[in-house]
Design a protein. Structure first.
Length: 370
């Protein structure tokens, strides 16, 4: 449970299918002590998440029951595993009614998440400046210059500009320098990106009917007709998502406003799905436009709880430099405010609340339906 969403365990109750039978514990204090001792034994459990407040001895119909609340482990604590080794079938997750072993590949991703605050700043050996096609970088620099015309970075040559925004980096300890993963994701081409991230896949589909996955009338995917990087995907898909949105006549000062809270919500959702994606996972980034909803799916689970994301103010972005690069050109808002802005945009129009969920089958993924 600790590796998923946490939950309760009740000792002294037997479950057979949908029937529960109270048996009680004959020596509840002994069981309580054994539980605490085992949970705090590093040779048995990698980290103890239980405190005194999580374990309660209760009485139901005269039977002694031990109630245990298992909290969700934080990113820094996962994976929670048994017997001193996270690999080889010693790590479990709760799926439906059973505890299932987590594959070694999934455990390794957990370990990477544990130690890496940002997944996108590593230097790529053997990848150089020529991996960033000029059209994408030129388009990005033009927007950057339009937003901040007095910024001295506008006068820098392309390589120096990439260094300024984090797309090119030098390691101060090893003196190694080169294109970073975020630089390749933002400005590269999809064949080269897939050399580093074999499962990298972007997919936008416009479907003409509600509740169908079989037909699409417009699609953007990695078909070789465009660069396949994240910046160009954002530019193409945002225009398609917002096409035909009605913009009522309103003024901001003496200037007409060209977007609504719905535009803001869609922009936040699109940026959110890109900057929080785990591009090492097997699931694709999928964006869907249907008459009844907008859908966004990114590979990887959330780094914070769903409640924290909905509340806002909490931020643990998987690809922090990527988020920063989008913000440099006015795309995406401050850390921790994205989901509340999405919710607010829909509430302003009295639409049903967006739904944010995590799924662990067939692969780890986070899904937003608006």
């Amino acid at each position: 449970m600790a590796n998923t969403s946490g939950g309760y365990v009740l000792l002294g109750i037997e479950q057979k299918k949908d029937t529960f039978t109270l048996h009680g514990l004959k020596n509840i204090h002994k069981v309580h002590k054994q539980l605490v001792d085992t949970a705090n034994n590093k040779n048995k459990v990698s980290v103890s998440l239980l405190s005194n407040t999580h374990i309660k001895e209760i009485i139901i119909d005269g039977k002694n029951i031990l109630q245990i609340y298992i909290p969700r482990a934080s990113r820094q604590q996962k994976p929670v595993y048994l017997n001193g080794n996270p690999l080889g079938g010693n790590t479990y997750q709760r799926l439906h009614e059973a505890d299932q072993k987590i594959s070694d590949d999934a455990v390794k991703r957990m370990l990477a998440e544990q130690v890496e605050d940002s997944r996108d700043n590593r230097i790529l050996k053997g990848f150089g400046f020529n991996e960033t096609p000029e059209p994408t970088l030129r388009a990005y620099r033009q927007i950057f210059s339009n937003r901040t015309p007095d910024n001295p970075w506008n006068q820098e040559p392309d390589l120096n500009f990439l260094k300024r925004i984090g797309a090119w980096r030098k390691d101060r300890e090893t003196h190694e320098e080169g294109l970073t993963l975020v630089g390749l994701l933002m400005f590269g081409t999809h064949p080269v990106i897939q050399e580093v991230l074999p499962f990298y896949m972007l997919d936008y589909q416009e479907r003409p009917e509600a509740k169908t996955e079989k037909r699409w009338i417009d699609r953007v995917t990695l078909d070789g007709s465009w660069s396949g990087n994240l910046y160009d995907f954002y530019r193409k898909v945002y225009l398609k998502l917002t096409n035909n949105l009605k913009v009522p006549f309103t003024l901001d000062g003496d200037q007409r406003r060209d977007e609504t809270s719905v535009h803001v919500a869609i922009r936040e959702a699109l940026v959110n799905v890109l900057v929080h994606a785990d591009y090492t996972e097997r699931a694709s980034v999928l964006v869907v436009k249907r008459p009844d909803l907008f859908g966004f799916r990114n590979p990887g689970l959330m780094r914070i709880t769903l409640d924290a994301a909905l509340e806002g103010g909490y931020h643990d972005c998987r690809n922090r430099l990527l988020h920063q690069m989008f913000r440099y050109v006015g795309i995406g808002d401050q850390a921790g405010s994205g989901i509340p802005k999405i919710m607010s945009g829909w509430q302003d129009n009295h639409w049903r609340s967006p739904e944010l969920v995590e799924q662990r089958e067939p692969f780890d993924q986070t899904i937003l339906h608006m």
